[in-house]
Ligand binder design. Structure first.
Ligand SMILES: Nc1ncnc2c1ncn2[C@@H]1O[C@H](COP(=O)(O)OP(=O)(O)OP(=O)(O)O)[C@@H](O)[C@H]1O
Length: 244
């Protein structure tokens, strides 16, 4: 089991209960969509996977290792294993060139020289950005910056890739190209999205979160074909979209 979330609860300091007993397991190689209306607790859950948020009840384990913020060296390893691609690529890109941004994480792990260069090339190749390695990230288009943000995470060789709204703000061609890239990656994937067709295309399994609880967990196709379930949780397919 790559990821196991066991009875996790969490309330923010103002007392708002955001997670009310979450259970979720991902097997190695699975691709799972995390769906739910605004305020359901998706981001709060994601921030528990690498120990940014903690303090409630329950446990999260990654590759059998418990996420424990008091264990500093353990947490560094968890953050290598759980690679999070945030919605805004500019939160992840801050160095003068693409290759420096992609090299940043692995060089912090101690990689140098040829091993580091190979890691950068491999990650940029995986997202189709090898031809842009010497460019300045803020001169790239939004879609290109998102791909580089994915590369910065892939360069860490994560065992689970977590994507927050990967298709947002992409034009149709970039959205499709990113789907092709994500489909080709041999990693365990948890994808937070409001884009239900994207979830269907990329993730055989989906989990719906609402009001801090898992309210459905099953085949994406089955969940999205259940109009009542979708309506109950404020989820909508695009007009005229046929699931099967
Ligand atoms: N820093 C915070 N302090 C207090 N409450 C918060 C904080 N961040 C989030 N919340 C609350 O926690 C709940 C879950 O929020 P969260 O951001 O996890 O939802 P989400 O499913 O990611 O929503 P969205 O689809 O809008 O991104 C909401 O009720 C939200 O108002």
């Amino acid at each position: 089991m790559t990821l196991k979330v066991d009875a996790v609860t969490f309330a923010y300091p103002d007392g708002r209960e955001a997670l009310r007993g979450i259970n979720l397991s991902l097997a190695a190689g699975e691709r799972v969509a995390l769906l739910g209306p605004n305020g359901a607790g998706k981001t709060t859950l994601v921030l528990h996977l690498n120990g940014v948020l903690h303090g409630g009840a329950g446990t999260v384990t990654v590759d059998g290792q418990r996420v424990d913020p008091r264990n500093r060296s353990g947490l560094a390893e968890i953050r290598r294993r759980v690679g999070i691609v945030f919605q805004d690529p500019d939160d992840q890109l801050f160095l003068p060139t693409v290759e420096e941004d992609v090299a940043f994480g692995p060089s912090n792990l101690g990689l140098r020289g040829d091993a580091l260069a190979a890691r950068v090339t491999e990650a940029l190749d995986a997202v189709g950005m090898a031809g842009h390695r010497e460019r300045t990230p803020h001169h790239l288009s939004f879609g290109q910056r998102r791909r580089v943000a994915v590369a910065t995470v892939l360069a860490m060789h994560p065992s689970i890739l977590v994507l927050d709204e990967p298709s947002s703000n992409l034009d149709p061609a970039s959205r499709r190209e990113l789907a092709t890239i994500l489909e080709s990656l041999p990693v365990t994937m948890l994808m937070v999205t409001h884009d239900l067709p994207y979830a269907l295309q990329l993730c055989p399994r989906a989990v719906i979160l609402d009001d801090g609880r898992v309210v459905a967990d099953g085949r994406t196709e089955d969940l999205l074909a259940d109009a009542e379930l979708l309506a109950r949780h404020r989820l909508e397919l695009p007009y005229g979209f046929a699931v099967r």
